[in-house]
Design a protein around this ligand. Structure first.
Ligand code: GDP
Length: 444
């Protein structure tokens, strides 16, 4: 996960001060020194670090902490608030034009994830906000970029506007907007050209597009893995184009977090979205407070709930509950449940959203073995329909066949069967207990 080193260090530092009934100036000084080192090590811009530490120090030595009954807790509150405001305070939203279509211009260096993010953003606007977006291929220098956007459009079943590589990007953008008006599409997302480095020609072209189409948003896409470079890139794009927001990609990688923590302070432009993977549904609205909470090990229950709501089919969940209640739960249901949990993302990331999970011995640094899940899947998939519904038919030759089919040892097949059996027994017990309770109530 991103921020891992920073999160560990900050949590370690803060732990020292939490339990204290009294916090001295010396304690605050020591804490801020460690916070400073942790941030620098996470590649946060040094000026940003300096200001941040100064603010924490002032507030921590001030009345709000010193005169409080729980100064240790109060210090954490200060750190969390400052971390949140460093990343932008409130979550910012995407503009909605009063006269549709709303035009979003995507800019950024080559390889930052601009085209992918264009597709992801369109997908998000449609899925979460019920909008009808049009994707526009305005990178006329690279035929591959146009193809890439067209492929994304096909994958997402979304319209893509392109005039090939011969047309002028300004014309492309204008015609796309006309088309969106005619077809009552409400967002136009323009994928512009990128270069390996910031250069004048590129900036000229982008400025021209901007002046002509007058976009409601100019989103700069930057790669979080590039740390301070991302911040420099953001600064120069912003100077030339006055961007309205930043999309930070590849936050799923093990970036130290410096870019996320410096960009808002350096450019004064909010981070609006975070790319959390290569898949087209892996773009999340960026919530500064939730991110601060995650970094400080306080979990992020809201994101966890949202993920579950987005990925778990509510109807299926209800059916599952009923099956559990009458113990008619089969191996097929088990597979289904596994795939729903898996669609929520890597288990390690989910665990990091549970408050205090990183402090629990068993869960800290837990390496969830995703391979294990693949093995379980393979075993279930090697069972016949009958076996999945009624595992009591299982005998030695069937087990051998399943083991062979899944490429796993018979002992593993046995273990899974036992686990499944235990689970069913537990469900029965729980149902009986509930029935018992109801029964008693009925009598009383
Ligand atoms: P562009 O040149 O800026 O248009 O970049 P692309 O959209 O082609 O992306 C470059 C590479 O980064 C591709 O391999 C993408 O799959 C990958 N990528 C983009 N966003 C993310 C992200 O949030 N996480 C990860 N892991 N990879 C990403």
């Amino acid at each position: 996960m991103a921020f891992e080193g920073l999160a560990d260090r900050l949590q370690e530092t803060i732990k020292k001060i939490t339990g204290k009934g009294k916090v001295s100036e010396q304690d605050v000084k020591e804490m801020t020194r460690e916070v400073r080192l942790a941030l620098l090590e996470a590649d946060v811009n040094y000026k940003v670090v300096k200001d941040f530490v100064k603010r924490i120090k002032e507030r921590a030595i001030g009345q709000e902490v010193m005169e409080s009954l729980t100064p240790g807790q109060q210090v954490i509150k200060v750190v969390k608030e400052e971390l949140t405001s460093l990343m932008g305070g409130e979550q910012s939203r995407v503009a909605v034009s009063e006269r549709p279509p709303t035009v979003i211009m995507m800019v950024g260096l080559q390889g930052a994830g601009k085209t992918t993010t264009t597709g992801k953003l369109a997908n998000l606007l449609r899925k979460k906000h019920n909008r009808k977006p049009l994707l526009v291929a305005a990178d006329v220098y690279r035929p591959a970029a146009i193809n890439q956007l067209e492929t994304l459009g096909k994958q997402l079943s979304l319209p893509v506007f392109s005039l090939g590589t011969e047309a002028n990007p300004v014309d492309i953008a204008n015609q796309a907007i006309e088309k969106a008006k005619e077809e009552h599409l409400d967002y136009v997302i323009i994928d512009t050209a990128g270069r390996l480095h910031v250069d004048e020609d590129l900036m000229d072209e982008l400025q021209q597009i901007k002046q002509n189409v007058n976009p409601d948003e100019v989103f700069l896409v930057v790669d979080a893995m590039t740390g301070q470079d991302a911040v420099n890139v953001a600064e120069s794009f912003d100077q030339q184009l006055d961007v309205t927001g930043v999309v930070l990609t590849k936050l799923d990688g093990d970036t130290r977090g410096g870019a996320a923590l410096s960009i808002k302070a350096v450019t004064n432009k909010p981070i609006k979205f975070a790319g959390m993977g290569e898949k087209l549904d892996e773009l999340e609205a960026f919530h500064p407070e939730r991110m601060a909470s995650r970094i400080l090990g306080m979990g992020d229950v809201l994101s966890l709930i949202e993920k579950a709501q987005d990925n778990v089919d509510q109807k299926k969940a209800q059916e599952l509950e009923e099956k559990m209640r009458d113990a008619s739960f089969t191996f097929d249901d088990f597979l289904d449940q596994m795939s729903q949990v898996k669609s929520m993302g890597p288990l390690e990331d989910l665990i990091s959203m549970i408050p205090g999970a990183n402090k629990m011995k068993g869960l800290k640094n837990v390496q969830v073995d995703e391979k294990q899940l693949v093995h379980v899947e393979a075993i279930i998939q090697s069972m016949t329909k009958k076996e999945r519904v009624d595992p009591s038919v299982m005998n030695a030759s069937r087990k051998k066949r399943i083991a062979k089919g899944s490429g796993r040892p018979v002992s593993e097949v046995n273990r899974l069967l036992k686990q499944f059996d235990d689970m069913k027994k537990m469900m029965k017990q729980m149902t009986n207990m509930q029935k018992g309770k109801k029964g008693k109530k009925g009598k009383g």
